[in-house]
Ligand binder design. Structure first.
Ligand SMILES: Nc1ncnc2c1ncn2[C@@H]1O[C@H](COP(=O)(O)OP(=O)(O)OP(=O)(O)O)[C@@H](O)[C@H]1O
Ligand SMILES: [Mg+2]
Length: 251
């Protein structure tokens, strides 16, 4: 080996830095179609060669899922909404530290079913918590980090409640109490309000059409807002059917 080659061999190779991934969150009321669209987003991202981590809130890790179960079962209700909000925030910190942030740092894209905007609507609007407390908890959990894109699925209450009832297998899925409709409408308005306050990351999606129509809107947005030119080109070729299987390429 020449002296020149020896020098080159001795130089430590710099670790290849991966570009951090993106965080996409889905928001909206019950039955809006969030979980349904998660699958479509995963399919789209994987088709263009992106490593994807699918997750949800509250939960996402064993410890945070345990908190989810207790919180959703109402086991901490007697502590009052403030204490519950702190516990939701604790679950979020666990989720971010153990799953979301490491995945993003490794270059994966994370897609999360419900996130900070659901907290605003359910703990803020429904439970009536002070928005300043929610601001504080949000900055404790996230610092300055925010999702790159938030898709807010917006749908008429009757359509969403019918979907949710059908999913549960409830009979008479098309008959609702006026109070239930009013409550759903308040939640819908809450999501619209939250989205209007963060227009840089939140986009309202008309989720009243069939699942494929909603997916098309979402795919267009993700491609336009988050894809590099190379990836956009790949995605267009896939849509045109000119590529069956895309070779994984870092971007
Ligand atoms: N665009 C759509 N058109 C018709 N039915 C749909 C559509 N999207 C979802 N559904 C159906 O509606 C039901 C609720 O959808 P989904 O579970 O995705 O809602 P969600 O927003 O995740 O609700 P939740 O907040 O309760 O988890 C499911 O049975 C699903 O198959
Ligand atoms: Mg769901």
């Amino acid at each position: 080996m020449s002296a020149e080659n020896l020098t080159a061999a001795a130089e430590p190779t710099a670790p290849r830095r991966r570009r951090p991934g993106r965080l996409i969150t889905l928001e909206g009321g019950e039955g809006a179609g969030k979980s349904t669209q998660m699958a479509a987003i995963q399919h789209m991202l994987e088709a263009v060669g992106i490593e994807v981590v699918m997750t949800r809130e509250p939960g996402g890790t064993p410890a945070a899922e345990a908190l989810r179960q207790s919180l959703l079962a109402g086991q901490f209700r007697h502590l009052g909404p403030q204490a519950e909000a702190v516990l939701f925030a604790a679950a979020r910190i666990i989720h971010l530290d153990e799953k979301i942030l490491p995945a993003l740092a490794a270059g994966a894209w994370v897609v999360c079913d419900r996130f900070i905007d659901s907290t605003r609507v359910y703990q803020g609007l429904v439970d009536g918590l002070d928005p300043h407390l929610l601001d504080l908890l949000e900055s404790v959990a996230l610092g300055t980090m925010r999702p790159n894109l938030t898709l807010v699925l917006d749908v008429d209450p009757v359509i969403a409640m019918k979907r949710a009832a059908l999913r549960r297998g409830t009979a008479q899925a098309d008959r609702f109490e006026a109070g239930d409709i009013a409550r759903y409408q308040r939640i819908r308005d809450g999501f619209r309000e939250v989205a209007a306050k963060a227009t840089d990351r939140c986009v309202l999606i008309d989720a009243s059409g069939d699942a494929a129509a909603v997916s098309r809107q979402i795919e267009t947005l993700i491609a336009q807002r988050l894809f590099s030119r190379l990836r956009l080109e790949k995605w267009r070729r896939i849509q045109q059917g000119t590529v069956d299987k895309v070779i994984l390429e870092p971007s």
